[in-house]
Design a protein around this ligand. Structure first.
Ligand SMILES: Nc1ncnc2c1ncn2[C@@H]1O[C@H](COP(=O)(O)OP(=O)(O)OP(=O)(O)O)[C@@H](O)[C@H]1O
Ligand SMILES: [Mg+2]
Length: 302
């Protein structure tokens, strides 16, 4: 999915360790190998994209080849985003009341508001997509908890910010000083709405799961949550499927997985479902990614 001339944005969501980063890296590899300029972007606190591509380098972004770039965004950069969009203005209002250094103020705000970093990540990706420098952006997210926090973000921020005028009235701040913060709240609400709209209309979500009890149980809740926010999942990936049954150990594993795999097909008949086998070796390096790409994108062997 993409804005009129913007980038296509793909997100892989799911609980911890199910294979989100592996699928993100594989998709980025896929788009790049079609000759489409692609950015694999990680906003995970413990990113591993560079590791999978066996790439290194301090450049921002890191260039794997002409078509594929990797960028890992950390907390510090999120703070800079907040700083750039609202920091100074909010600080000016606050510093007229409280004696606080600007650096400490930004630190305080970004740690105080949960979801702030996610909000600005979405905002960053929205702008990046709008610029259209990349044909594709593959966004490797943190595990499920954080992904859901991301969905709650706009509502949460709205609630937090609504408190601000009340604090102001308690402090008996005059109408003159109160107006700027109300303007900022309005702008923030607009930003949240635009970001949510972007997630709804321009981002393609794929859900990644594994055929195990807890992972399958959690799927329902996640789909419900996403539906609540009007976010649609286009594809469901069942990862780590045991295909070879040449030992008793694997037979038992495969047998156990079968009931969860059947349950998934039964429950989500409207979704495109792709199964990825459990590989004997870890997915790392371009050669391995090529093999995973063939399976994830259901390409015929060369
Ligand atoms: N199909 C597979 N077969 C074998 N190993 C796999 C498979 N898929 C993923 N792995 C391995 O499992 C580990 C976890 O995968 P990955 O990092 O992609 O999960 P994740 O969902 O991104 O995890 P996190 O929630 O921690 O970010 C990695 O070491 C990866 O190489
Ligand atoms: Mg990951």
């Amino acid at each position: 999915m993409a804005d009129a001339n913007g980038s296509t944005v793909n997100v892989f969501a799911g609980k911890g360790g199910v294979g989100k980063t592996t699928c993100s890296a594989t998709s980025a590899f896929h788009f790049a190998s079609l000759g489409e300029k692609t950015l694999a972007l990680s906003t995970d606190a413990t990113p591993s994209l560079l590791h999978i591509f066996e790439a290194s380098g301090g450049g921002k972004p890191v260039k794997v080849n002409d078509w594929l770039h990797i960028r890992e965004i950390g907390v510090e950069e999120t703070k800079e985003m907040w700083d750039g969009k609202f920091g100074r203005e909010v600080y000016e209002v606050f510093s007229s009341l409280v004696d606080v250094e600007y650096k400490d103020f930004v630190e305080f705000m970004t740690s105080l508001l949960p979801g702030l970093s996610e909000e600005f990540m979405v905002d960053y990706i929205r702008e990046l997509s709008r610029k259209g420098e990349y044909r594709n952006i593959v966004w490797d997210t943190a595990p499920l908890g954080q992904t859901l926090a991301l969905l709650e973000t706009p509502a949460m921020l709205g609630e937090h910010l609504k408190m601000a005028p009340r604090i102001y009235s308690r402090l008996k701040v005059g109408q003159k000083s109160r107006q700027p913060i109300l303007d900022i709240i309005k702008r923030w609400e607009n930003l949240s709405a635009a970001n949510m709209d972007f997630l709804r209309k321009s981002v393609s979500f794929s859900m990644v799961t594994i055929p195990e009890a807890l992972a399958v149980q959690q799927l329902d809740g996640v789909f419900r949550e996403m539906e609540k926010y009007g976010l649609k999942v286009s594809r469901l990936i069942i990862n780590n499927v045991v295909r070879t049954e040449d030992s008793e150990f694997l037979c038992i594993r495969a047998d156990q997985q079968k009931k969860y795999i059947d349950a998934i097909y039964h429950k989500y008949p409207h979704l495109q479902i792709v199964e990825l086998p459990m590989f004997p070796c870890e997915v790392k390096g371009l050669e391995r990614l090529k093999e995973v790409e063939r399976l994830l994108f259901q390409k015929m062997p060369a």
